[in-house]
Design a protein around this ligand. Structure first.
Ligand SMILES: Cc1cc2nc3c(=O)[nH]c(=O)nc-3n(C[C@H](O)[C@H](O)[C@H](O)COP(=O)(O)O)c2cc1C
Length: 212
């Protein structure tokens, strides 16, 4: 079987991690690099990854995450944050800095900023907050696939009360920049304690249509 597909078969939503096993720094670096290299709309990378290794902090966040045991048993609990809508306003410092990385001069910067502004005002089929969160989901998929490729388990987690989690972050994580970021969702990383159950997936013919 193809090595990448093997990794995707290995990945599952791990419900309980081995509390004693911590992910080595170098290997977690691979997971973060997979996030960093992820694609994003207009190349804006509107994300930040809050990597929680501290057990006390994990415990403090647990109730807001429905007390799911993944939070307290994992090695690294990552809260994936997305940039707040104000950063995507035309002429914002953030947009200038982001687009400046790929534009050659003032005129091309203006062109791309105008195109982006048109996109979010006219063509985007959702609000800007949801759009930023969508970018973050892409990065998380890469993180989980990269983790699986090197034998590390994960669990994507939307099972939390967003308001309560935000409050818990404000109270327990001073580095959380609440004015700049929304919580998109979370992923726990670590090593499984139990075997995984079989994959339940639709057959290919139910989900793919070829137009030749
Ligand atoms: C966005 C998202 C949120 C999820 N939230 C949770 C969660 O809070 N708790 C949990 O145990 N699993 C969660 N899952 C895992 C899914 O239930 C799981 O991926 C799906 O049932 C398929 O199983 P598999 O990932 O083991 O193949 C989530 C998955 C996604 C993609």
């Amino acid at each position: 079987m193809n090595e990448f597909i093997k990794a995707l078969q290995f990945r599952h939503a791990c419900k309980l991690f081995d509390e004693k096993r911590k992910i080595p720094k170098k290997e977690f670096g691979v997971i973060l690099e997979a996030a960093r290299l992820s694609p994003s709309s207009f190349g804006l990378e509107p994300w930040r990854f809050l990597v929680i290794e501290n057990d006390k902090v994990k415990k403090a966040l647990s109730a807001a995450c429905w007390n799911q045991p993944q939070v307290t048993t994992c090695s690294h609990f990552v809260i994936l944050l997305s940039r707040k809508p104000q950063f995507f306003k035309k002429g914002s410092e953030y947009l200038d800095e982001a687009f400046n990385r790929s534009t050659k001069d003032e005129k091309s910067l203006e062109t791309v900023e105008k195109a982006f502004d048109n996109f979010i005002k006219k063509d985007l089929g959702t609000n800007i907050k949801n759009w930023a969160k969508m970018q973050v989901y892409l990065a998380s998929a890469n993180m989980m696939s990269a983790a699986a490729f090197i034998g590390i388990d994960s669990c994507p987690m939307e099972g939390f009360n967003a308001k309560a989690l935000r409050k818990a972050l404000v109270q327990n994580v001073p580095s959380f920049e609440k004015k700049s970021y929304d919580i998109a969702y979370a992923v726990a990383f670590g090593y499984r304690t139990n075997g995984q159950s079989g994959k339940i997936r639709w057959p290919l013919e139910k989900i793919a249509t070829f137009v030749k």
